[in-house]
Design a protein around this ligand. Structure first.
Ligand code: FRU
Length: 488
């Protein structure tokens, strides 16, 4: 199969441009696009011995534009090699964009991509989102001539034809296929709908799995649906949320746990939480590793703030570090993939009875994996804080306010020149009177995991890489241990 002119143009362009970009401008182990704009992870899978990660891609500028699928592969989820652009909007069924989707291996060994084909985007009446497929060898994909395969017209009347997107596909043990996709119900509720197929070409609508019910956003994007530790898990990225409980307004992420009766298409909720409490996390997608781990990756940005993010490079945005998921007590736990340990370069430790402001020898850096444990036993400490990415003028502060039982993440002083949300407070329960914080930093990002990973917090920090100091503060004595690995 020969690439279309549009796809070949993108492939030539990314190759020519990326050769001129210094690797030092990029994060060390977070995936960035070869050139231009990236958003959602797509088609995350393990195929023929490697992880494949596709993504929403507009190579020609650092702003969103006609959507292509970019592509990269990895042996270990921490080193990524670019692959040629996988899809371009080059057929009548996707002329206005190849929006988000997913991948699955077929019984004959080929890889099937399913994505949202967008047409008539400028026309409010005919504007359509339908689901299309493309089949290939992991690098080159041929779009099915009968696309789209899941037309919005299969949906009951109360569902939107315009907001119908982001199919997540899987195969059942009997070889049949399922897809969940996001929709905006006419009641202005985000809704997830389920389809089934024997051959990935002919699809039937099965029913509705869950809905925001007016409480968690008006449109649900980028669903994922899988079993984990005996629970059924639904991940979604809502638009237009109003604040409630732990959820902040705007674009957010939601994990729902429960049980699913497929025969009745009934999903029963048991718990609902934000996936990540940070500023820079959206459109998460998971895959199964060959050893059975459920691994999640997300776009390390947010639609609200990305418009104002500085663009110092010819590429824009990064993926999160892939995370291992588990469920305990109906809570989603997230931990950095264990493969990050292959990047550990050294093992620096500090231990101190902390009171006032201190720095510890060897505890500094901007490309690090650091775990800090604060023991509050028999302590009157009301305020503990830690400054990272610090120099004489700049810092990011992570504090624990004991009286409120809250963790406060504050990036106002990181060097930003934008008046966007910089501070977020998160309720945190100490376990056995201890606070454990694991921070993974990769030049301009911080991923923070609290306790066993029951809270994850992701933030991009537009801050100069020279600001690499770390300091600690406690208003009353506490016992502090810090363990830090530089990553390389
Ligand atoms: C989510 C999203 C998806 C859509 C894609 C378009 O970030 O809005 O719903 O498929 O981005 O790039």
């Amino acid at each position: 199969m020969n690439p279309s002119l549009l796809l070949q143009k993108a492939r030539d362009y990314e190759q020519e441009q990326s050769a001129q970009i210094s690797p030092a401008s990029r994060p060390l182990f977070h995936l960035t696009p070869q050139v231009g704009w990236m958003n959602d992870p797509n088609g995350f899978c393990f195929y023929q011995g490697q992880y494949h990660l596709f993504f929403q891609y507009h190579p020609y500028s650092t702003q969103w534009g006609p959507m292509h699928w970019g592509h990269a592969v990895s042996d270990d989820l921490v080193h990524w090699q670019p692959c040629p652009c996988a899809l371009a909007p080059d057929t009548p069924a996707d002329a206005d964009g190849c929006f988000s989707g997913s991948a699955v291996q077929m019984s004959d060994g080929r890889l099937l991509l399913i994505y949202t084909g967008v047409t008539d985007m400028q026309n409010p009446v005919d504007y359509h989102q339908d689901q299309c497929i493309a089949i290939g060898d992991g690098i080159n994909f041929e779009k099915f001539s009968g696309n789209p395969v899941i037309k919005a017209s299969l949906l009951p009347d109360a569902f939107s034809r315009h907001d119908f997107r982001d199919p997540k596909i899987w195969r059942e043990p009997d070889g049949t296929y399922r897809v969940v996709a996001g929709n905006r119900h006419q009641t202005q509720c985000g809704t997830i709908v389920l389809f089934r197929s024997d051959n990935a070409v002919d699809w039937q609508y099965v029913g509705e799995i869950d809905s925001s019910l007016g409480e968690y956003g008006q449109m649900w994007e980028c669903p994922d649906f899988f079993t984990l530790n005996g629970r059924q898990v639904l991940l979604v990225s809502p638009q237009e949320m109003t604040a409630r409980d732990d959820f902040h307004p705007g674009y957010g992420t939601v994990v729902v746990t429960g049980s699913f009766d497929e025969a009745a298409c009934r999903f029963t909720r048991e718990s609902i939480h934000p996936i990540d409490f940070g500023f820079s996390f959206y459109a998460s997608q998971t895959t199964l590793a060959p050893d059975g781990r459920r691994i999640m990756v997300a776009w390390m940005e947010n639609w609200e703030t990305c418009r104002l993010a500085p663009r110092p490079h010819p590429w824009f945005s990064q993926m999160t570090l892939p995370r291992e998921l588990s469920i305990e007590n109906d809570r989603l736990l997230q931990r950095p993939v264990r493969e990050i340990e292959t990047l550990w370069q050294d093992d620096c430790r500090g231990e101190i009875r902390l009171q006032g402001d201190i720095t510890l020898p060897e505890i500094h850096g901007r490309i690090i994996d650091m775990t800090v444990d604060v023991d509050f036993h028999s302590s009157d400490c009301q305020l503990f804080s830690m400054d990272v990415a610090k120099d004489s003028a700049r810092y990011v502060r992570i504090s624990y306010e004991a009286d409120r039982g809250e963790l406060v993440f504050d990036r106002s002083h990181c060097g930003t020149v934008r008046d966007i949300v910089h501070i977020r407070r998160i309720p945190v329960s100490l376990r056995d009177n201890r606070l454990t914080l694991r921070l993974v930093m990769d030049r301009e990002s911080i991923e923070l995991f609290v306790g066993d990973g029951e809270i994850a917090f992701t933030a991009v920090i537009p801050s100069s890489p020279e600001a690499e100091g770390i300091s600690f503060f406690a208003d009353q004595p506490v016992h502090l241990t810090a363990r830090l690995h530089h990553l390389g």
